[in-house]
Design a protein around this ligand. Structure first.
Ligand SMILES: [Zn+2]
Ligand SMILES: [Zn+2]
Length: 419
């Protein structure tokens, strides 16, 4: 069996790995780097693609396969949300004036080529999907081929969040021959979830007391629904003082409707609620001009690189009463959010903006941290482990800890292994 790592190797973004046996060849994920757009270096001589979850760093390049009819295997929720995110990808390219030779018809083709089943037989290979936590619909991939068991985690977490259960290790194969595991937080342990949520609320209250605007950039899919519901409930329960509170993102609004209609894909904690994402105190706005200040605003894009979050970041960054709260863990080095966090002055269209607002990072991430990653390996007991989806530093720190538990490899982009 040959494994080739086409992306997400010593980096986060563009995840794609091919598995080739004597009977055929499949890809595990087919992602892009969001800041770089579609790519043409991924193989097309495939029997199928298995997509772990809808995030574009795992699914975005499916557009380039639209005309091939190659089957995509993944959960129903991943199929449905991937379609929304691919449509948005096309829209964002057009808005930026970047050429993109695909339309909504190609997204339909991707949708119709999807096999939304949790167990699929291919020639000489069996594919099983297992819940991964992380985001709605995310799955790990268990492959059986040539007498070997391979487990690919995709992005995952073990801890439960407010709306989704973590991965269930008991449902996974024990002692797989090969584990391919994400390592986003390979070198980092985070405080537990409750502590982070408390820190978030404390920071919001502190900003409210100063009477400033509060900007929370986030991703339209899952992190937005989780964050807005969290804030809505806190406002309703009086854990946060009353304040103008909004979310802005047409894409998030569309995905939120899907979340309300499909609570069966979420954790038990929201399944009894007929519409857990109909918010009482956080209003949806179409345009930034509708914001009544001072306000708390949750909006896209998650890295502040586009959309409302980019606009409001530059509008609000130079006023010391305001607050920017970064809620994701990983941020690309060249994104407005990392500039705001790390620099004293940031620039937009040649204009300089001094960073006077409070900029705080509270990592309410859907990824396993270092302690969860080590626990996962201890319990699953793989013979050989490939660490992917982590910067080299993070993957290497984790590799050192795992060395006594499993044989570890940290592949480079393009590297091939026979296993
Ligand atoms: Zn993800
Ligand atoms: Zn990812």
């Amino acid at each position: 069996m040959n494994l080739t790592f086409y992306g997400g190797a010593r980096e986060v973004g563009g995840s794609s790995i091919t598995v080739e046996t004597g009977n055929g060849k499949i890809a595990l994920d087919y992602g892009i780097k969001v800041e770089e757009g579609l790519r043409h270096d991924l193989p097309r001589d495939l029997d199928a693609v298995v997509v772990t979850h809808a995030h574009l760093d795992h699914s975005g390049n499916l557009l380039t396969l639209a005309d091939t009819g190659i089957a995509t295997i993944g959960s129903i929720a991943t199929r449905d949300i991937t379609s929304d995110l691919l449509l948005d990808l096309i829209k964002v390219h057009r808005l930026k004036g970047l050429p993109i030779p695909y339309t909504s018809r190609d997204v339909e083709k991707v949708y119709h080529a999807w096999i939304p089943q949790e167990r699929v037989g291919l020639p000489g290979m069996e594919v099983n999907l297992c819940p991964a936590g992380h985001v709605m619909g995310a799955r790990m991939v268990h492959l059986k081929a040539e007498g070997k068991n391979l487990l690919y985690t995709g992005d995952f977490c073990l801890h439960n969040t407010e709306i989704l259960d973590g991965a269930d290790i008991c449902a996974l194969p024990k002692e797989p021959d090969i584990l391919i595991m994400e390592s986003t937080y390979g070198g980092t342990c985070r405080p537990n979830r409750d502590e982070l949520v408390n820190e978030l609320l404390k920071n919001i209250i502190y900003a409210q007391e100063r009477g400033g605007n509060i900007l929370i950039p986030t991703f339209a899919f899952h992190r937005m629904q989780e964050m807005v519901r969290r804030i809505d409930l806190a406002l309703e329960k009086g854990l946060l003082p009353r304040y103008n509170a909004y979310y802005l993102s047409g894409l998030a609004e569309k995905i939120t409707a899907y979340f309300n209609d499909h609570t069966e894909f979420l954790g038990k904690m929201v399944q009894d609620d007929p519409a857990p994402f109909n918010y009482a105190r956080v209003r949806y706005l179409r345009r930034a001009e509708q914001i009544r200040q001072p306000a708390l605003v949750v909006c896209t894009a998650g890295f502040g690189h586009a959309g409302f979050s980019r606009k409001l970041l530059f509008d609000w960054i130079s006023d010391e009463e305001n607050s920017i709260i970064i809620s994701c863990g990983y941020i690309p080095k060249e994104s407005p959010l990392s500039w705001a966090r790390d620099k004293e002055v940031i620039e937009e269209n040649g204009e300089k903006f001094p960073v006077k607002a409070s900029v705080k990072q509270i990592e309410l991430s859907g990824h396993a941290d270092q302690s969860e990653l080590v626990e996962f390996v201890k319990r699953v007991q793989p013979r050989k482990t490939f660490l992917v989806h982590g910067d080299a530093q993070q993957a290497e720190a984790l590799g050192e800890l795992l060395g006594t538990l499993t044989e570890v490899a940290i592949p480079s982009k393009g590297e091939q292994f026979t296993v």
